[in-house]
Design a protein around this ligand. Structure first.
Ligand code: MN
Length: 282
């Protein structure tokens, strides 16, 4: 049974365009839970034309920005010419690789009606061997993720393999990401591959794990020993399991660029400024 290493509370953070999120990673206690280098949680919040959600064009290089949309709609545009419209339950797994510019917002018709929005954005680091990968973009529909019953929990397999089931998400670094639901008084034991880092982000309800009671918007960071995450719900709960094989390489990052050396970072900034990552109108 895995023991808790630390419970990280999400704190408020500005992400540009007047939008605020709650973020438990990175934190003052830990820079990364490799390969996960950032977790931002937006909402649940009402968005309207007066209070839109829009992050204007910005670059990324050297990792994968991943969006899990729980409520509302997201409109994505990027400098590769991709346009994606995510609905509740969908996931966008984007490989920034050698560099891309994108914007993240809400479709105009959704804003006009107004509605509730909630999403998580994860930054999944890439190993040196994949940092120069061609940018690519996977729009993954919620209904296509395998659903797994583990104990009393329902687990949606977003990325990776679990007990013989496979998600169709194409990966460049091994991870296991699942969106879980566990009703009040339910119990589940979730198996994490040996050697993977493991954490659980709480969305709703109340979970007991290793003797700790955890409320929403906390990232439970587990110790390396053991392979079983044991969760008991004391209220109807929702959570995201984030685990993956750690990337044992140095990180040098500045804002949206996550590289291995300072020289690569300077190169990334020059590539962006000289237009090598393409162009995207606001
Ligand atoms: Mn972005």
């Amino acid at each position: 049974m895995k023991k808790v290493r630390k419970i990280l509370a999400a704190t408020e953070k500005h992400i540009g365009g007047g939008n605020y999120v709650k973020s438990p990673l990175p934190s003052e206690f830990v820079d990364q839970i490799s390969p996960f280098i950032m977790l931002d949680h937006f909402g649940p919040a009402q968005v309207t034309t007066k209070k839109p959600f829009y992050v204007p064009p910005h670059p990324h290089k050297g990792f994968e920005p991943v969006t899990l949309l729980f409520k509302g709609e997201v409109l994505h545009r990027d400098s590769m010419g991709n346009v994606g419209n995510l609905k509740a339950g969908d996931v966008q797994w984007m490989t920034a690789g050698k560099g891309v510019i994108h914007s993240e917002g809400v479709p105009a018709d959704f804003l006009e009606k107004g509605g509730e929005m909630e999403l998580i954005q994860l930054w999944v680091n890439l190993p040196r061997s994949a940092k120069q990968h061609e940018p690519r973009y996977q729009d993954l529909r919620g209904e296509n993720f395998p659903l797994i019953k583990e104990g009393d929990a329902g687990l949606k397999l977003i990325a990776g393999d679990y007990k013989g089931q496979k998600s169709g998400t194409e990966l460049l670094t091994p991870v296991l990401v699942m969106h879980g639901r566990l009703d009040k008084d339910g119990k589940t034991d979730i198996e994490i591959p040996t050697g993977y880092n493991a954490s659980v982000y709480t969305l709703k309800g109340k979970l007991m794990t290793d003797g700790f009671e955890v409320t929403p918007q906390h990232l439970i960071w587990y110790q390396e020993e053991g392979t079983t995450l044991s969760l008991v719900a004391t209220e109807d709960s929702e959570f995201v399991v984030l685990s993956g094989q750690p990337i044992l390489e140095p990180i040098v990052n500045y804002g949206p660029f996550v590289m291995n050396t300072r020289a690569e970072l300077v190169e990334a900034i020059e590539e962006y400024q000289s237009g090598k990552m393409g162009v995207l109108e606001g």
